[in-house]
Design a protein around this ligand. Structure first.
Ligand SMILES: Nc1ncnc2c1ncn2[C@@H]1O[C@H](COP(=O)(O)OP(=O)(O)OP(=O)(O)O)[C@@H](O)[C@H]1O
Ligand SMILES: [Mg+2]
Length: 317
């Protein structure tokens, strides 16, 4: 039975209680701008680090978020998970799963983060959705890597949980493949997609939120790894319709609410999907685009939270 007008009015008057999960040790530029944008829209915002949260059976909710005294928020914006052991990451993702299971609107949900942080799963989901991806093989053991690489050099190897271009390497010879310890025994091997004589290298970062393109930039540099963190320069670019459609399809393929999608042109000129980031930074993009990205994100996120709050009211009746 739908909620009565009074109930709807009562719930819409409630300022949503929002948690932004930030890096351990304090919020960054992104978290500050998000907070301002959400508070401007009337939300009550608490920031906390996931590593400071706990499961606790003495609480009715079972979940302890610092500053909430055992209460549950209406929405959670995941800005950072923070580095940690396999046990620590498992606990933090477990808390995000539990928040979703408690009807809290989580942006991005744990299952989306799991799909994106693991490059092999993201590449698989792109392929399954019929999206163009570079030739890629992911498996365990150096023997397998050597077998696969023999006929396919040059190859790019990437850490499964990489970011900012760290640990991304090109192997022009078999001995240049990383040692097992360098990659946790797992090899993510991909066809090298740059033309041999290429001088300037570029790829695209497309920022998606709520099923729309927020903005996009080309990243150009003298080195083939064109992450901003590796020294590439962001330049404003109007991605063509194909590129925009591909980025939106990539976000849908992993179920992301917001994401940073990386596209690259292969030597035949075709746009292919490199990867997708579920906690993308946007400082580089903000420096070259006019709209306020935090504002855009806050609007989409709070709309999703309002929708889930309305749904809870309806369900309760
Ligand atoms: N197969 C490839 N061929 C050529 N260049 C590549 C290839 N894969 C990646 N690169 C270059 O290396 C960069 C980093 O690769 P990728 O985006 O996959 O890893 P990352 O470290 O996770 O980056 P992010 O910080 O975006 O998460 C890309 O932006 C691109 O410039
Ligand atoms: Mg990338």
């Amino acid at each position: 039975m739908p909620a009565s007008p009074d109930e709807m009015r009562e719930h819409s008057l409630q300022a949503p209680l929002i948690v932004i999960f930030i890096e351990e040790g304090g919020g960054d530029w992104h978290a500050r701008r998000l907070r301002q944008a959400m508070e401007k829209r009337g939300a009550r915002v608490v920031t906390a680090a996931l590593c400071a949260c706990a499961f606790d059976t003495s609480l009715a909710s079972g979940i302890d978020i610092p500053g909430l005294n055992g209460a549950l928020p209406d929405g959670v914006f995941v800005r950072a998970i923070s580095k940690g052991s396999l046990e620590a990451i498992t606990l933090r993702l477990g808390i995000l799963h539990a928040l979703s299971a408690s009807a809290v609107r989580v942006w991005n949900e744990a299952r989306v983060i799991e799909r994106c942080v693991d490059k092999s799963t993201a590449t698989f989901l792109f392929q399954k959705a019929g999206l163009p991806v570079p030739e890629t093989r992911t498996a365990e053991g150096r023997e397998m890597a050597l077998d696969y690489a023999r006929e396919r050099l040059p190859l790019v190897s990437k850490p499964l949980f990489g970011s900012q271009g760290n640990g991304v390497r090109k192997a022009d010879a078999l001995e240049e493949l990383p040692e097992e310890d360098d990659v946790g025994g797992v090899y993510y091997l991909q066809r090298y997609l740059r033309a041999p004589d290429q001088g300037v290298f570029s790829d695209w970062r497309v920022f998606v939120s709520g099923g729309r393109i927020v903005g996009s930039m080309a990243r150009q540099g003298a080195h083939w790894i064109t992450n901003i963190h590796q020294g590439a320069q962001p330049t404003a670019t109007n991605l063509d319709e194909d590129g925009r459609a591909l980025a939106l399809a990539a976000a849908r393929a992993v179920g992301a609410d917001y994401a940073g999608v990386d596209l690259i042109r292969d030597p035949d000129g075709h746009l292919v999907l490199l990867e997708i980031n579920s906690n993308p930074a946007w400082k580089g993009l903000q420096s070259i685009c006019h709209i306020d990205i935090a504002d855009f994100l806050a609007e989409d996120f709070l709309d999703a939270v309002a929708a889930s709050m309305a749904e809870k009211v309806t369900v309760r009746r």
